[in-house]
Design a protein around this ligand. Structure first.
Ligand SMILES: [Zn+2]
Length: 214
């Protein structure tokens, strides 16, 4: 895919952030892995701009050594995008401050296997990364710990992250995670929801992974 096409996708999905207030105003960021000539890196939304006002020229290329292109400012949270590309197999990352992911990230340390669709993230629960200052190395480390062997995690007192083979799959998963957080939050108001056993969750995981590869 050409650079311009990827930039356009980042813009389109950033606009979708604003729709239904999924990740409102200037919050959240999106990146897509990219190779510029021989330089490996990724394209990412810029720092501090309103999601609905982004233009292709605002999107920033950052190399895998963490250097951003001149006169442009990548999202202040670019570091965890870099570290995720280095340690996970993925081509796109969506980070959103979606309402119920934020609420659950403030209340819980984990979203357990209360619903079989948790397996969409390819794990039995959604972990919550420990709190650290946004954009910091520590936060990046906490995120890597929490997302290990899965496709998503929440970030304590902050929001959610999903990774995917494409921006389409990463974004769709972010929407699924948001819904799961809403269901969990609403269940918890009433009482502790029933859990699905490890054995049953393993069966779901197997079926979902098979379904994905077919
Ligand atoms: Zn954030």
């Amino acid at each position: 895919m050409k650079e311009l096409e990827k930039k356009q996708k980042i813009i389109n999905y950033s606009r979708t952030f604003e729709k239904d207030k999924f990740s409102p105003i200037r919050s959240g960021n999106i990146s897509i892995k990219h190779k510029r000539g021989n330089l490996e890196g990724f394209l990412i939304s810029p720092s501090g701009k309103k999601n609905v006002e982004l233009k292709t020229n605002d999107i920033v290329f950052v190399t895998m050594t963490g250097e951003a292109e001149k006169n442009k400012k990548p999202s202040s949270e670019w570091r965890f995008h870099l570290d995720l590309y280095k340690s996970c197999k993925c081509n796109a990352i969506v980070h959103a401050h979606s309402k119920f992911s934020v609420i659950c990230s403030c209340l819980f340390k984990e979203i357990p296997s209360f619903h079989y669709m948790i397996a969409l993230i390819e794990a039995k629960s959604i972990k919550v990364a420990k709190y650290a200052l946004f954009g910091s190395k520590n936060l990046s480390k906490n995120i890597l710990d929490a997302i290990k062997n899965s496709k998503s995690c929440l970030i304590s007192n902050h929001g959610q992250i999903t990774i995917g083979e494409s921006i389409e799959t990463a974004y769709e998963l972010a929407e699924e995670v948001e819904l799961l957080c809403e269901y969990y939050y609403r269940c918890k108001i009433y009482k502790e929801p029933k859990r699905i056993s490890k054995k049953e969750m393993n069966m779901v995981l197997e079926k979902i992974l098979k379904y994905k590869t077919n």
